[in-house]
Design a protein around this ligand. Structure first.
Ligand code: ADE
Length: 416
């Protein structure tokens, strides 16, 4: 078995973490129980490129227990939990990931993962899928792939539009039980967790500037308010900006927000959101963090080129002393703050995201390559199955429609 990890001796710590996550992921656990007898993934080769966390460990165990042969790499140079990687290797999984890899090593790990010649790819951010297409991946035996995150789905839809997509993709991110929970509650809580672990600042009373008012931005804004912050939203979309205003936030262009913010959190999925002209206007002590998939939202080049001194003040916080004298702090090198400085989304939300991954991968396997290359939305029935299972795991019952109500809702004759 091939693998590349930082330190195999961390395995026992990692195992405890995966075991802990498993207890908090009942939907995925019950799906495993339901399907296990038939070993539906027997003989299927799965290559994954997802953050190597304790929750991903539970997904990997699930796929393995259902019969899959697996290889896995990280989808971010700074997000791998090395103890989890070690535990998975000890359990016989080929893992190619460690925290703090160079860009070159990152892509070497993806290529090592591709060498399995997978039937299914499971991706987060589309780096594996793009490499499968552009760097000699064996596409011919791929039934399809799944994509976990907004940024990845945007990239893959662009590939589809340009006629470059060669195998079908299930847009797991676009399932309601994924983006309405993971992106909102998962990132909302874990991004603030990362910021607090890295800095221990009091959020109460701070001006927190959140860039982007999509699912992630809404989650971060809501949690910051919960901590007592004054939240300012920046947006480029008029509808999202209007929603933010009516949800009670101030809305400003970044050039104005830059002058009042104490803490800045980017959540847009776009590049160059915080640029030189913004950094130069910021108050002394401003803190910058990114919660979007790639490290392109905050211009690190502008921070560097305008600084006379750069100092690492703890594992995850860098101080930039600007030429004009004030200091600006960057958390986690501008990479996903929730995974770099904390542990990513809590297990309870990853439960639903990864139940979507499992069911989507199984659909691709059942299709045996018969789907044409396109990006597919997740069936509403899958979403409802997962939501019901989650409610059940929380001991929550809901009402059902009576026959009369059903008729009313599907008819048109009853009016005033
Ligand atoms: N993305 C965000 N949080 C995550 C987690 N805990 N595990 C895997 N992927 C994630």
């Amino acid at each position: 078995m091939k693998y590349r990890i930082k330190d195999p001796s961390l395995a026992s710590e990692g195992k405890k973490k995966i075991d802990w996550a498993e207890v908090h992921m009942p939907v995925l656990f019950n799906l495993k129980k339901k399907f296990k007898l038939n070993s539906p993934l027997d003989g299927v080769k799965v290559a994954g490129c997802l953050h190597v966390t304790k929750e991903t460990g539970v997904l990997i165990r699930t796929l393995r227990d259902l019969g899959a042969e697996l290889t896995w790499c990280g989808c971010n140079p700074l997000s791998t939990q090395d103890d989890v990687a070690a535990a998975l290797v000890e359990e016989g999984i080929s893992i190619f990931a460690s925290r703090g890899v160079s860009n070159e090593q990152y892509y070497d790990d993806i290529h090592a993962t591709m060498a399995l010649s997978p039937n299914v790819t499971i991706d987060d951010g589309a780096d594996l899928t793009v490499e499968m297409h552009n760097s000699g991946g064996n596409i011919s035996q791929v039934y399809g792939g799944t994509e976990e995150t907004t940024t990845g789905v945007v990239r893959l839809r662009a590939m589809e539009k340009n006629g470059k997509l060669k195998y079908p993709i299930m847009a797991v991110n676009d399932a309601e039980t994924k983006h309405d929970f993971d992106n909102v509650y998962g990132t909302g809580q874990s991004a603030l967790d990362g910021i607090i672990r890295a800095t221990n600042i009091l959020i109460a009373g701070k001006n927190v500037v959140v860039s982007g008012y999509g699912h992630v931005g809404k989650g971060v804004a809501r949690r910051a308010v919960g901590h007592g912050a004054n939240v300012i939203i920046t947006e480029i979309d008029p509808i999202a900006a209007l929603k933010a205003k009516l949800d009670g936030y101030s809305v400003l262009p970044m050039i104005s927000a830059a002058e009042t913010g104490d803490l800045f959190v980017t959540t847009t999925g776009c590049k160059d959101v915080i640029r030189e002209e913004h950094i130069l206007r910021m108050k002394d002590g401003s803190i910058l963090a990114n919660a979007g998939h790639f490290n392109v939202e905050i211009s690190i080049d502008a921070l560097k080129s305008n600084s006379k001194l750069v100092k690492q003040i703890n594992d995850n916080t860098t101080e930039y002393e600007l030429n004009k004298g004030n200091k600006v702090y960057l958390i986690g090198e501008g990479r996903l703050v929730n995974l770099v400085a904390a542990e990513g989304h809590p297990s309870e939300v990853m439960d639903m995201s990864f139940a979507n991954q499992l069911l989507s991968a199984m659909k691709l396997i059942q299709s045996k390559g018969s789907l044409s290359p396109a990006v597919y939305d997740i069936d509403r029935t899958q979403d409802q199955e997962i939501a019901r299972a989650k409610l059940e795991s929380m001991d929550i019952n809901i009402d059902t429609l009576s026959d009369e109500q059903e008729t009313y809702l599907t008819g048109f004759s009853e009016g005033t």
